[in-house]
Each structure stands twice: as C-alpha cells, then as structure tokens.
Design a protein around this ligand. Sequence first.
Ligand SMILES: [Zn+2]
Length: 362
Amino acid sequence: MGPATLRLVSGVGLKGPACFVIEADGRRIMLDLGEGPPPGLLPDIDGLAPIDALVLSHGHKDHVGGMALLARLGNPPVYATDVVARALPKGFNIRPLPVGGTGDVLGIAVTTGRNGHAPGGVWLHFAVAGGLLYTGDFSAESMLYAYDAPATTASTALLDCSYALHDRPLAQCWNDLKPLAERGPLLLPVPANGRGPEIALELSRRGFANDIHIDDAMRDALRLLCDGARTSLRNGIAGEIARLADTAKPIEEARGIMVAASADGTSGATARLLQEWERQAEPAIVFTGYVPPDTPAQRLVKSGRAQFVRWNVHPRISDIVRLAQAVKPKTIIPAFCDRTHLTGLAQTLAPARVTMDQMVEL
Ligand SMILES: [Zn+2]
C-alpha cells in the first residue's frame, strides 16, 4: 500500500469550483467537479490521470457544474445521493450514496450525514489513512435543512471555510433583512435549491406569509422539499413548506417580497427581472449570497442599485471550531476562501496544522 494523498485541484486558496482527488490503496477518487462561482470558471484538470470514481457532496453548480469534464477523466462512475443524481444531466453511470449512514466507494467505507445546506446534500467521511472528512458546503444553523454534526474522528479534514472567520449568527441576518422587507417591494435573487426556500420560510413565519411572491423554480424547489428531498428537511416542517408552495403568489409586477432564482442574476427569472428593474427606483434589490465577479449581481451592487445582506448558508468560525473539537483532525484544509485567511484560520484552529498546500499527505 503506497502513501495516501489528497490533491487540491481547485477550491482552496480562492473562491473557486470544488475539485479534489484522494489517492489511496491504488484508487483515485475525485470529490466534486464544479463550475464557478464566476460563470465559466472550471477546475484545471490538465495533467490529471484518469480517475476511478467521482463522489458528489451536493448539487450546487460550484460542486457539480464541471461534469462535462468527466469524459477527459475516463468517464468513471458517479456516486451521488438520489436527489442530487436526479438533477444531473442524463448519461452518467450513477451509483448510490446514502443521505445519512454508511456505504462504500470502490470498496472504501464511507459515512455520510446531512449537510444543513442543500436538498440531498451530504458531508462524507472516508475510512482511509486515519480518516478523511470532506464537508462539501455545510451549515450548522439552517432553519430549513437538517444537519447531522460529524462525530467520527478523522486525521484530515477538508472543511467549508467560505466565510473564514465570520461569526455572526443567522438570527442577525434576519434583523438586517427585516426592515427591508417591511419597507415595500423587494426582490431577493436566490438559489432555489439553497437558501431561497429557507428565506421564504422565515418570511412566512415572521408575518409576511401573504406578501410572498415566488418564481416557478422556487415553487418546484419547495414541492421537491416536501416530496423527494424530505429527508433533508428538519423534523416537522414539511407541512409548512407544502403550504408555502401552494399559497405563495406568482411574480407579475414589482409587488410584495419576491423570492426568485437565480442568485447572481445570470439566468432564471431574475435575469429578466433585473434587466427590467435595473433602471427603476423600485423594487429594492437585495443579494444575500456570494456575489461573483462578472455577473449582474456584482454590477448592481457596485452601482448602488442593489444591496448586499448576507444570509448564512455556510458555517461560522464557531461552528468550524466545534466540528474540529469533535472530529479532532491533525490537519485541516480550509476550502472555498481566499488564501489571505490562512494565518487567521491557522491561529484559530490550532493545534491542528492548517494548510492550503496543493498536495497533502494523508
Ligand atoms: Zn453549496
């Protein structure tokens, strides 16, 4: 048995598409294969040898959007949970992953748990070289998506550090958004398979139930959540979600609180609505997630036409510290944040060794 390694192909050192390769016991397993967040940005796979399997953490574009590259990697089988697999383009050799529990990838034992972040989304623990935990994206705070905190020890942890040292709780996000919701017509561009349903749920709970307008993508996402993706929900809220899917009004003009996809305005209903409303005073436009370069979202925030109010869908640093205390990794690789945060994260996560080196020995 040779040394086991983890190659950080993309997604560490900057906010880019997720793509990592585990090499252990003679097998090469890729974790996620994304595109973006800046539209068109793909992992650089030049020089990578063919892989034996691709394992997907969740269905967001920056984790699965690069799958057209699989043809250049030997067209390996793709391991995904049922909800994630069903949303992929057809033609891949899909193998099942549990939403919570144990399975195996090419004979390596894998434990998964719900990631509190997306329908069908999971973190993954691989039984290789002292244990490797890959969280994909996760959130410990979601009011909508259930989160199973990882508890098995792992000597190496590749962790979602999208927010680096940020530590404001989700409750504060609502405090920032509330006055804007009260003021009048408001457009919230969101990912329908991410924080969109969560924001709509919170609005409905906080007295805005009769004022919520959604696009078709949001309605489909809400229906999926109380049907096929129900296992990803927190206990006891499927009824609330079903009601929301049935009662939220369609978006016809600038009225009420409008929750629509996509999050960056490059596609979906928001692409059209932003174009229509960019030069008008109303409605207010608020982006709540990462604002990628070269998108309508960035243009509108830069010009002052739109505001940015963060809605947490990634872990706060206190959530990451708590996870590290449970999993006890010797090495932590912070993913999805800029390299400038390395020193601060290393101080906070000591005594673990914190690295962004492209090749990590497991
Ligand atoms: Zn995500």
